[in-house]
Design a protein around this ligand. Structure first.
Ligand code: PAF
Length: 289
C-alpha cells in the first residue's frame, strides 16, 4: 500500500525532502490541480517508475496575465486528493511507495515568500512563437515556478503532459541551460472519446461550445492526413483556415524537436490554439512522415 501525505507548508515539504535523502530516485508531477485523467496518467507513470513521488498542486499567479483566469481557475483540492488516492491504491498495491502531495492552501507565500524577486526565463525563438504571442509573460511565469519547485523537491525525473508541448520544450531547455540534473519526461495527450484533449479549461465550455471545440482536434487530424497524402497542399490549407475562421489564434506545423520551421525532418508536429467563446484551447498532434 502506498503511503500518501499531504503537506501545505513549504517548511514541511523541505523537511520531508531532506529526510528522503540524496541517493533516492524521485519522481515529480507538477500541476495546478483540477485534476483529470491527463494529470493522473503522469502520476501513474511516476508510480510505475519511482518509490518516492512528489506531486504539487499550485495555481501559479506568475503565469497568468492580469486579464486571464487566475482568480476563476478551478480549485478542487478535495476531489483532486481523492483522485490521487485512488490512483495510489490502484497502481501501487504491493509497493512501499511514498507519495507526497504539496498543496499550499494559504496563498502563494509558501512558494514565493515575501521578498521573492527572481525570474527565470528562456530566451530565443521558442519563447516568442505560438502561445507566447498572445501570452507574452506566460512562459517566464512557468519556468520561474518550475525552477523554484525543482529547487525545493530536487527530483530525478519530472513529468509534463505533451498537450502543453511548447511548455515542455521550454522547461527542457531551462533544465539544460541551468545544468539541472533532472530528466523531463513528456507524456502523451489524453483525450475524451470524442477526441477533445483533456484540459482543466474544458470545464468552462457549455455543451454547445464543447461541440464547437472539436474543430481543433479535427483540423489537426486533417493536417496529419494532408501531410501523409498530399503535403504540397498544406500551406494553402492552413492559410485558408486562418483566413476563414478568426477563432484560430494559431495553426502551424513545425519541427517537433525544437519548433523550428519545417525542413525535411521526419518528426513534425501540428499545433493549434482555438478560441471557443471566452475559452482558449490548445492541442497538438505528432506526425511521423
Ligand atoms: O502545466 C501546468 O499545469 C503548469 O504550467 C505547471 C507546469 C504546473 C506550472 O505551474
Amino acid at each position: 500500500m502506498s503511503y500518501l501525505q499531504v503537506v501545505t507548508k513549504a517548511d514541511e515539504l523541505l523537511k520531508i525532502r531532506s529526510e528522503v535523502g540524496d541517493d533516492v530516485d524521485i519522481g515529480f508531477v507538477p500541476t495546478m490541480g483540477n485534476l483529470h485523467q491527463g494529470h493522473i496518467s503522469l502520476l501513474e507513470e511516476a508510480l510505475n517508475n519511482h518509490k518516492v513521488i512528489f506531486f504539487s498542486i499550485f495555481v501559479n499567479p506568475k503565469q497568468f496575465a492580469p486579464n486571464e483566469d487566475y482568480s476563476k481557475y478551478p480549485r478542487t483540492l478535495r476531489e483532486d486528493l481523492e483522485k490521487i488516492e485512488r490512483a495510489c491504491e490502484r497502481d501501487c498495491k504491493d509497493k512501499n511507495t511514498q507519495v507526497v502531495v504539496f498543496a499550499p492552501e494559504d496563498g502563494v507565500g509558501e512558494v514565493f515568500p515575501k521578498g521573492y524577486a527572481t525570474s527565470i526565463s528562456v530566451g530565443g525563438r521558442i519563447s516568442e512563437i505560438l502561445c507566447a504571442k498572445s501570452r507574452p509573460n506566460h512562459f517566464a511565469g512557468v519556468t520561474t515556478v518550475v525552477y523554484r519547485l525543482f529547487a525545493m523537491i530536487r527530483p530525478t525525473v519530472a513529468y509534463f503532459g505533451m498537450k502543453d508541448y511548447q511548455q515542455m520544450l521550454i522547461v527542457k531547455k531551462m533544465t539544460e541551460d541551468m545544468l539541472l540534473d533532472i530528466i523531463i519526461k513528456g507524456m502523451p495527450i489524453v483525450r475524451d472519446n470524442d477526441g477533445l484533449a483533456l484540459s482543466s479549461r474544458n470545464a468552462y465550455l457549455t455543451a454547445e461550445e464543447r461541440k464547437v471545440a472539436l474543430i481543433l482536434p479535427k483540423t489537426l487530424n486533417e493536417i496529419k492526413k494532408l501531410i501523409l497524402e498530399s503535403e504540397s497542399e498544406l500551406e494553402k490549407f492552413i492559410s485558408d483556415k486562418l483566413l476563414q475562421d478568426k477563432r484560430w489564434d494559431y495553426l502551424q506545423v513545425l519541427n517537433a524537436n525544437d519548433l523550428q520551421p519545417l525542413n525535411r525532418e521526419k518528426e513534425i508536429i501540428a499545433l493549434g490554439a482555438f478560441r471557443v467563446g471566452n475559452t482558449r484551447l490548445i492541442d497538438n498532434l505528432l506526425i511521423y512522415r
